[in-house]
Design a protein around this ligand. Structure first.
Ligand code: CA
Length: 223
């Protein structure tokens, strides 16, 4: 899952990036409204954390711009404490949730997990797929009740595919959602990683759909 953080306070921006990375997400950051708007408009994020008080272009205007252009990723806004009008304006602009500053990081992370789950059609904090169980709050995946030993990248790959199980996902889409904007993207890396994950979960569960990509889930046919 790839997250965009738009926050002009450098300390808070760094804290958010670190906390999100520790939770298994890949993170891009922006420090003003123009840069934030550009990234959200051009890159495929799974969710955005957007401060409303930004230099250059304020968060409400950034969000309105994305929604007007049809960008529908979940957006969690950061509002100033006691500014109820900020929240109203934010929701009217297309926000999905908010936290008021100062906030507890654990609450922000929980709200973000809920947004990500709902965006992919899952209501519960645990997502099952055959013998696999993803516990989104612990950032852990189990197979038949036993935690899998996964590298951070393998976790990201499998967690993304579990959120989107049953869908055929192209290598390009995986690359876009598993790496940040600075990564030198090489889709062969994805193929190697798929191979490693397949070894850990069993090869039937993660199928190659020739010419199109990969699909996670019980096999539709044995042909
Ligand atoms: Ca601010």
């Amino acid at each position: 899952m790839r997250i965009l953080v738009v926050e002009d306070d450098p300390d808070l921006n760094r804290q958010l990036k670190e906390a999100l990375e520790q939770s298994g997400y890949v993170v891009d950051t922006a420090f003003d409204g123009e840069e934030g708007h550009f990234l959200g408009d051009t890159e495929p994020y799974d969710a955005v954390v957007l401060d409303l008080g930004l230099p250059g272009r304020d968060g409400v205007s950034v969000l309105k711009g994305w929604r007007a252009a049809g960008r529908d990723m979940p957006v969690l806004i950061l509002t100033a404490r006691d500014r109820w009008s900020d929240k109203v304006e934010g929701f009217d602009a297309g926000a999905d949730d908010y936290v008021a500053k100062p906030f507890h990081m654990a609450e922000l992370l929980a709200r973000l997990r809920a947004l990500l789950r709902r965006a992919s059609g899952h209501a519960s904090s645990e997502i099952a797929c055959g013998p696999l169980l993803l516990d989104t709050s612990a950032a852990r995946i189990m197979k038949d009740g036993i935690p899998l030993k996964l590298t951070p990248m393998e976790y990201r790959l499998l967690a993304y595919m579990m959120h989107h199980q049953g869908e055929v996902i192209s290598r390009t889409r995986l690359t876009e959602h598993l790496y940040d904007q600075d990564f030198d993207r090489d889709s062969n890396t994805i193929e190697v990683m798929i191979g490693r994950v397949r070894k850990k979960i069993g090869k039937d569960l993660l199928q190659t759909v020739r010419g199109l990509g990969y699909r996670l889930g019980p096999s539709e046919d044995s042909g």
